[in-house]
Each structure stands twice: as structure tokens, then as C-alpha cells.
Design a protein around this ligand. Structure first.
Ligand SMILES: [Zn+2]
Length: 228
């Protein structure tokens, strides 16, 4: 696998400090891998595990690993890698609320998560990449553990499946008084969630994802895979 390095963030560039939807634009390899994984799901559904495994292996791209780590940090492994979550800090970080003043509920409950998923679809509300239901990933992993690798460390995990793991992000972080409400929570990918971490949108120059419509597409998050 060859790594195609993306353009480094350049603080001298005219648009570097402009507000943007996500910390870093998604790379084409992510969408290519989503197509391969959709083909893998279709092959799996007709019992063609050879083709399914082949597509899953092809979707495990080094470029995607590089994109993930540029957002959530892989500095220990690669000190030259750009860290978008640090380079894009455009305002000073404000002091966080005392624990006693934070919202008592840390995450939306199951019913609220269903409503959020129904509203947002299987797409990251920040960068717009397709997401894959964790249950679908487990179905494929159980059937093809050699193709869908999922070890203990991040680097031992299939890059595309890890990139497309859905998470729930508090737009106003919990540590700044954000509630775990439907209004304050959006679906996003792991790299966007970890890159944003516990910072305010304005700290990292991010546009509010709630002010744009969820980009609903035909992508189903591979939920068409039946439970075993
Ligand atoms: Zn994202």
C-alpha cells in the first residue's frame, strides 16, 4: 500500500483561518472504500465470501489511516504528520465548567439516539463521509476475521471501518455546559469527533453543523445486513 500525502495545512494560506464545516476535508479514498464495502455487503448477502473478503481487504487503505491520524493524532508514530486538531485552534481555549455545573446526563439515551440517527442518517454531520453501523461491521468481522481485521490497537484495526464508525458529538461540549439533548447532539465520524474533542466550535473555526441540513443519501450504513 502506498501512502498519498495530502497537502499540509498552511497557516500562511489565505483561507487557513476561514470557518469551515470540518477540520479537514475527507479524501477520495474514503468514498472509494465505502463503494468497495457496499459491494462487499452485497457479495456477502448472496454468500460470495471470496468477493466480499477481497473488497474488504481492498478498502483497508493506508491513505485513510493517514487521514484518521492527522485528525486524532498519531504523533508518536509519525512526528511529521500534520495535526489538524491543533493547527486549527483559532481562538484561546476557555476554562471548562466545574463538574458540579455540567449537565447531569452524559449521553443521549437509546430512544434519543434513534431519533438523532433518523434525522442525520448514516453520514458525518461535519465532514460528510458515509458511516457504517457497528452491528454491520461485527456481522462481517465474524464471517471474515482475516479480511476485516479488528485488533486491540488503532493500527490493528481496518482503517475504513474505523474511520466510518459512527459517534455522537455534543456540538456544545458537555464540559462547556452542552446538554445531551437531540438538539445539541449530531452523528459524526470518529476522526471528526476525536479531532474536535472537548473544544468549542469557535475554538477550532468550525461552522455549526446544525445550521445546515443533514446530507441524506441512499447510503444505508450497511444496515441491510441481517443479524445472524
Ligand atoms: Zn467526519
Amino acid at each position: 500500500m502506498s501512502v498519498v500525502l495530502q497537502a499540509q495545512p498552511d497557516p500562511d494560506a489565505e483561507d487557513f483561518w476561514a470557518l469551515r464545516p470540518s477540520l479537514r476535508e475527507p479524501i477520495p479514498a474514503i468514498f472509494e472504500s465505502a463503494t468497495l464495502l457496499s459491494q462487499a455487503a452485497d457479495a456477502f448477502l448472496i454468500g460470495d465470501l471470496e468477493t466480499a473478503g477481497e473488497r474488504i481487504r481492498a478498502a483497508n487503505m493506508a491513505e485513510i489511516r493517514e487521514w484518521i491520524e492527522s485528525l486524532w493524532g498519531g504523533a508518536k508514530q509519525n512526528p511529521d504528520q500534520p495535526l489538524y486538531n491543533r493547527k486549527r485552534a483559532i481562538t484561546p481555549e476557555l476554562p471548562k465548567l466545574d463538574l458540579t455545573l455540567r449537565h447531569p446526563v452524559r449521553m443521549p439515551n437509546a430512544a434519543e439516539k434513534s431519533i438523532i440517527l433518523e434525522r442525520d442518517g448514516w453520514t458525518c454531520r461535519y465532514c460528510g463521509i458515509p458511516l457504517i453501523e457497528s452491528k454491520a461491521r461485527n456481522i462481517l468481522r465474524l464471517a471474515m476475521p482475516d479480511a476485516l481485521v479488528w485488533g486491540n490497537s488503532n493500527r490493528e484495526k481496518h482503517a475504513a471501518f474505523q474511520c466510518m464508525t459512527p459517534e455522537y458529538d455534543h456540538v456544545v461540549p458537555h464540559c462547556y455546559g452542552g446538554a445531551s439533548s437531540i438538539e445539541n447532539t449530531v452523528i459524526c465520524c470518529g476522526p471528526c469527533n476525536c479531532g474536535k474533542f472537548d473544544r468549542l466550535l469557535e475554538h477550532q473555526g468550525l461552522l455549526d453543523p446544525r445550521l445546515r441540513c443533514a446530507s441524506r443519501t441512499a447510503w444505508d450504513g450497511l444496515t441491510r445486513l441481517p443479524s445472524p
